[in-house]
Design a protein around this ligand. Structure first.
Ligand SMILES: [Cu+2]
Length: 169
């Protein structure tokens, strides 16, 4: 019996690893979210460009110096995990999810605060304030529809830091 004692623990470790990965595969879809910017000067154009939040007038997204990029534009309804990475070298970013009620109207925006009104936007969850290089995850059960992911650090939404994702039934 002594001979087996040494073999039991590694065997258990392998078994647990298989169980854990099998469980993960059944837990819905994963979306990889990159929160990026073009460096510390990304906010410099804040006063000279037109705001680039969703449906903001005159928005030219090609001018964006920060943004959110997803590895997929659509997912199936059900459990969805957003794995957010702050790819910036020097700026804090975050990721907030909200439903899009009317793409033409955009999100309720607090002009003086330079932020989206998160409560009025129907905020569903977030990975808040990630330091450069840090990551975090958000898991939600989503119904079919269009959703927006945005960063609500002061001024970032209007600088173009948002993207859409479609959840299909
Ligand atoms: Cu940001």
């Amino acid at each position: 019996m002594k001979v087996f004692k040494f073999g039991v623990l590694p065997f258990f470790a392998v078994l647990m690893t298989i169980f854990a990965s099998g469980h993960g595969a059944m837990a819905g879809t994963t979306v990889k979210v990159s929160l990026w910017d073009k460096g510390a000067s990304s906010m410099d154009m804040m006063d000279s460009i037109k705001p680039m939040g969703m449906a903001m007038m005159g928005a030219d997204m090609t001018m964006a110096t920060m943004g959110i990029t997803l590895d997929t534009a659509s997912v199936a309804a059900g459990e969805v995990t957003f794995e957010a990475v702050n790819a910036s070298k020097d700026i804090i970013h975050e990721m907030i999810l909200a439903p899009v009620v009317d793409q033409a109207k955009g999100l309720p925006y607090l002009v003086d605060d330079m932020k989206v009104d998160e409560d009025a936007a129907g905020h569903l969850g977030e990975v808040s304030e990630l330091d450069p290089g840090k990551s975090g995850a958000l898991t939600l059960t989503l119904k079919p529809g269009t959703y927006i992911l945005f960063c609500n650090i002061l001024g970032h939404y209007a600088m173009g830091m948002w993207t859409l994702i479609t959840v299909s039934g």
